[in-house]
Design a binder for this molecule. Structure first.
Ligand code: CA
Length: 222
C-alpha cells in the first residue's frame, strides 16, 4: 500500500552528531568513574540515558544506577556536548525530507535523545518540516528503544498504521525498535558499525548514506 507517514530517528540520521555524542559519553562517564568506549556508545545508541548508564553500573558497580546519578552524569554529558562545535546537518537529509513532503507523507521524529539543544535545532535547521507535537523524545516514553514503544507512539501521533509507515534509522537498537513495531525499516549506515549489525537487527533495506537514500526514496513510497 502507499505510504502515508515516515518516522525519522534524529542522531546519525538528521544530524551528523554521533561522533560528538560518543566522545562526550566517554568523557562524562570517566568523570564519574565509569568506563565506556566509543564503541559502547554506538552499540547502545538509541537507548535512553538512564538505560545506557544502568548497563554500565550493573556491569562495573554490580548495581542499578540511582536516578540522581543519571541526572548528574547526563547533565555533564549534555554540558560537554553543548561546548562542542555544532553538529552538522546530515548530508542528504534535507533532500530526503523534501521528497517525502512532496509525496504528501506526514513526517515525525522518534528519538531516544532528551538533548534540548538538538531538539530545538530540528525546528531551526529544518524549518517547516517538523511540528513539535510530532517529535517523540525520551521525555515521552518510559521504555525507550529497543522497545517498540517510541515508534508505536510515533504512529499514534501521525495517525497512521504500521503498514502505511516507514522508519529511517542508523542504529541497531533503533532498527530493532522499529521492526518490533511492525514498520518497514530503512537503515542508513552513517557510523562505524558493519552493515550486518543493522541487517541482523531487522532492517528491511540498507543505504550507505542519507544522500543514497534521497536518490532511491521514491521507489520505497509505493
Ligand atoms: Ca540514531
Amino acid at each position: 500500500m502507499g505510504k502515508q507517514a515516515i518516522l525519522f530517528d534524529m542522531d546519525g540520521v538528521l544530524f551528523d552528531s554521533m561522533p560528538l555524542h560518543a566522545k562526550c559519553w566517554v568523557e562524562a562517564c570517566r568523570k564519574f568513574g565509569l568506563n565506556a568506549t566509543e564503541q559502547d556508545t554506538y552499540m547502545n545508541e538509541g537507548r535512553t540515558a538512564l538505560s545506557t548508564i544502568d548497563i554500565f553500573t550493573r556491569e562495573q558497580w554490580g548495581r542499578a544506577v540511582r536516578p540522581e546519578e543519571v541526572d548528574e552524569i547526563y547533565a555533564e554529558k549534555c554540558r560537554l556536548f553543548n561546548l562542542c562545535p555544532e553538529a552538522p546537518k546530515m548530508p542528504g537529509a534535507e533532500q530526503v525530507l523534501q521528497r517525502v513532503r512532496d509525496a504528501g507523507l506526514r513526517i515525525a521524529v522518534v528519538t531516544g535523545s532528551g538533548q534540548g539543544t538538538l531538539l530545538q535545532r530540528l525546528e531551526t535547521n529544518y524549518r517547516g518540516f517538523f511540528r513539535p507535537e510530532l517529535i517523540v523524545s525520551s521525555r515521552d516514553c518510559q521504555r525507550g528503544k529497543p522497545n517498540p514503544d517510541p515508534y508505536l507512539l510515533g504512529l499514534q501521533r501521525v495517525g497512521v498504521s504500521a503498514d502505511a509507515a516507514l522508519v529511517v534509522e542508523n542504529a541497531p537498537l533503533g532498527v530493532m525498535a522499529a521492526h518490533a513495531a511492525g514498520i518497514f525499516t530503512i537503515a542508513v549506515n552513517t557510523g562505524p558499525l558493519p552493515d550486518s549489525a543493522l541487517m541482523d537487527a531487522g532492517a528491511d533495506v540498507l543505504f550507505p548514506s542519507m544522500s543514497a537514500l534521497a536518490a532511491n526514496i521514491d521507489s520505497l513510497l509505493g
